[in-house]
Design a protein around this ligand. Structure first.
Ligand code: THU
Length: 175
């Protein structure tokens, strides 16, 4: 007899048989996307700073040794986190903000309501140019971005202030 794992019993066998109770309990239907109730979301009142601080610990930054954590609250009310993930091919590294945005979109949430970024820097580190554009893609102009240092300094900026003259879809209207 061959092993059917979590597949429907009998599908590859000669004769279908009923699932055992244990199989029914662990049965996961195959779908292309997970149903909403199976997507892990953190509906949380945990301040964004706590979330950003915790994920910063997980940053993979062996080249710069500069760990960054970012947390986003989506308009849907969930918290999404990201950290920088560097690469030996340096330009392939990704920023904490990009990771948090990817997590938000992957979860099915749509827009940024609030952002917090933390790093161990003398002054609150502002997002890089690329991340400003990435944040602007998913946030209204008045969304507040809080920039923090691990020793307690912080600075708040709106998305509009972070990226004046932002490139938008309207700039492509004539094409
Ligand atoms: N970094 C971020 O993750 N976010 C920022 O806002 C600034 C810079 C990362 C990228 C790189 O891994 C390291 O910090 C040094 O630039």
């Amino acid at each position: 007899s061959f092993h059917l794992g979590r597949n429907i019993p009998g599908v590859r066998g000669l004769r279908p048989r009923a699932m055992t109770r244990a199989e029914r309990l662990h049965f996961v239907p195959k779908r292309h996307t997970l149903p909403d109730h199976m997507v892990k979301k953190t509906r949380s009142n945990m301040p964004l700073l706590d979330a950003a601080t915790r994920v910063r610990d997980r940053a993979y930054a062996p080249y710069s040794c500069f760990k960054v954590g970012a947390a986003i609250r989506s308009i849907e009310g969930n918290v999404h986190v990201g950290c920088n993930v560097e690469n030996v091919a340096y330009p392939e590294g990704t920023c904490a903000e990009a990771g948090a945005i990817a997590a938000m979109i992957a979860s099915g949430d749509t827009r940024i309501a609030e952002v917090c970024v933390i790093a161990d820097s003398p002054e609150p580190v502002p997002p890089c140019g690329g991340c400003r554009q990435k944040i602007a893609e998913f946030a209204a102009q008045d969304v507040v971005v809080t920039l923090c240092t691990t020793d307690g300094k912080s600075k708040q900026m709106t998305v509009a202030a972070l990226l004046p003259g932002v490139f938008t879809a309207a700039h492509m209207d004539r094409s």
